[in-house]
Design a protein around this ligand. Structure first.
Ligand code: FE2
Ligand code: FE2
Length: 200
């Protein structure tokens, strides 16, 4: 692996990723996902490669709002999630760590457009959000994953509910979700650490 995490974080702090970091993030993600031996995985990898996943931002004006932000965010969330799971002794399989960590925000594929108004007199957010298939956040990520592979029960719970309390329906299902998937709190934490602390 050639990705230098320190360089990624330095560039992210300045608000732009270099072509090299974008390419290295892509290589690392493809390496992780291609190693998963599950029916349909080549199709999911091909989907990522032919969509804007590796070039899209992660938000319009908050964390990762630059080219390559979404893939960098996804890789970092996986890395942080994996570290937290190991730290707390979880036996969640490697495949599930990768699928949930890297694919939790696939709902953000093909929805951010460069904000042309930015070129005018008034500074505006760098991207606009235009979702032509608004079927939810975790819901949409899970739907995209499910078009290619069959996720396990825990992978489904992790991806669907990764927004936790920010999702209005979370509270009424919280007891079951927490009982069936105690790892969820670690994915939510990883997501917040990466976006809030690293701004990726
Ligand atoms: Fe998300
Ligand atoms: Fe996220």
């Amino acid at each position: 692996m050639t990705l230098d995490m320190k360089v990624l974080l330095e560039e992210a702090k300045k608000g732009a990723l270099s072509g090299k970091v974008i390419r290295d993030v892509k290589e690392e993600i493809l390496g992780h996902l291609s190693g998963i031996k599950r029916k349909g995985m080549p199709g999911l990898v091909q989907y990522l490669e032919t969509s804007d996943f590796f070039h899209a931002p992660a938000s319009t004006r908050f964390h990762g709002n630059y080219e390559g932000g979404l893939a960098a965010h996804s890789l970092l969330v996986y890395t942080e999630f994996d570290a937290l799971l190991s730290r707390y002794g979880s036996s969640l399989p490697d495949d599930s760590r990768k699928i949930a960590g890297i694919c939790h925000d696939l709902c953000k594929v093909e929805v951010y457009k460069k904000n042309e108004a930015r070129k005018g007199r008034f500074p505006a957010k760098p991207y606009t959000f235009e979702d032509e298939l608004p079927v939810g956040h975790g819901e949409k990520s899970l739907w995209i994953i499910g078009r290619h592979i069959e996720p396990t029960e825990k992978e489904m719970l992790l991806v669907r509910w990764h927004m936790g309390g920010y999702d209005k329906n979370y509270e009424m299902n919280e007891e079951v979700i927490k009982r069936k998937c105690p790892e969820l709190v670690l994915l939510q934490s990883a997501d917040r650490i990466v976006s809030g602390w690293h701004n990726v």
